[in-house]
Design a protein. Structure first.
Length: 318
């Protein structure tokens, strides 16, 4: 094989430990046998490039065979065409890092799901949406770098990433679907951009370490079970135009001490404040008369903690 052709095949680097050995590599010590790791048969067996229907670009697919690889570098082009997609790395138990070039515009559904050793990922701005389950149950994932250009994050994208501590979502994001951060039990801080107006159900359920939430939007709707089980959350302020406080939204938030509620609220759903045993103060931005007109679901003793808290009326935010 000519040197030029070999370099073309090495565009993707499989750095499997220090000796570059995978489960399909022959365990021989000679330099000649090690070089056979890079021949065309090995390359095609372990990484597949799939040409799209338009014939304009390739998807780099791990095909589930890169079980011994710790570091993967995706090339920006293959066969003189751009590599525009990445998929097929789910359940790679040793994968720690993966470099994704700016040519890539999408990651496949569950592309890196259950990569139990993956610690850090940078999503280039060329990717405008994160698919369902893309990093689901990547339990070692600590750092996620999301770049400007990302617009949507779909359900369960980071579900069960129990080592993830903080996420800054770029200002270009306008849509975040349900359960995106569900079960991220180490997540302490989240910053939401001003373009996000809706958070679907279960968005932060089980984020037991979550303490700081920054909402930059002037108006945001949060679905059911939004902060269910966020036992470290101490305070929260609803955006000024909020109309409904969804069912179970703060259920199990045992450290929640204070909540700011705007005068626009007309309904508080079932068990919205269930087991909020530390709740002390409700800052209501309307009059006592408006507070008394709010429809509060009290079925089977629902929202009992709400009635035990001190309500301050006509509150003005600093």
């Amino acid at each position: 094989m000519k040197t030029k052709e070999i370099y073309k095949l090495l565009a993707v680097a499989f750095l499997c430990g220090s000796v570059l050995i995978t489960s399909s590599c022959k365990e021989e010590e000679s330099s000649d046998s090690i070089k056979t790791q890079y021949d065309e048969a090995y390359f095609l067996e372990n990484l597949t490039f799939i040409l799209n229907e338009e014939g304009t670009g390739y998807e780099a697919n791990g095909t589930g065979k890169l079980l011994d690889c710790e570091h993967v570098i995706i090339p920006s082009e293959y066969n003189s065409l751009p590599v525009i997609g990445v998929d097929g790395f789910a359940h790679s138990p040793k994968l720690k890092t993966i470099d994704i070039p700016d040519s890539v515009t999408y990651l496949g559904i569950s592309a890196f799901a259950s990569c139990s050793a993956l610690k850090e990922i940078t999503i280039p701005g060329s990717i405008t949406w994160l698919t369902h389950d893309v990093f689901k149950n990547c339990k070692a994932l600590e750092t996620v770098n999301l770049q400007e250009g990302l617009e949507s994050i779909f359900d369960d994208a980071f579900y069960g990433c129990s080592s993830l501590k903080s996420v800054v979502i770029p200002e270009t994001v306008t849509y975040i679907q349900g359960s995106v951060f569900q079960g991220c039990s180490s997540l302490e801080t989240i910053v939401l951009p001003k373009g996000v107006y809706n958070l679907d159900d279960y968005i932060f359920e089980g984020c037991s370490s979550l303490k700081n939430i920054t909402i930059n939007s002037s108006s945001i709707t949060i679905g059911k079970y939004g902060f269910y089980g966020c036992s470290s959350l101490e305070k929260f302020a609803f955006t000024p135009s909020t109309k409904t406080i969804s069912a179970f939204i703060f259920s199990g938030c045992t450290s929640l001490k204070e909540v700011i509620i705007p005068e626009t609220v007309t309904k508080i759903g079932y068990d919205a404040f269930a087991s909020c045993t530390s709740l002390e103060t409700i800052y209501f931005e309307g009059s006592e008369e408006k507070w008394n007109k709010i429809s509060i679901d009290t079925t089977n003793g629902s929202n009992g903690c709400l009635f035990e808290a001190n309500v301050i009326f006509n509150y003005v935010r600093p």
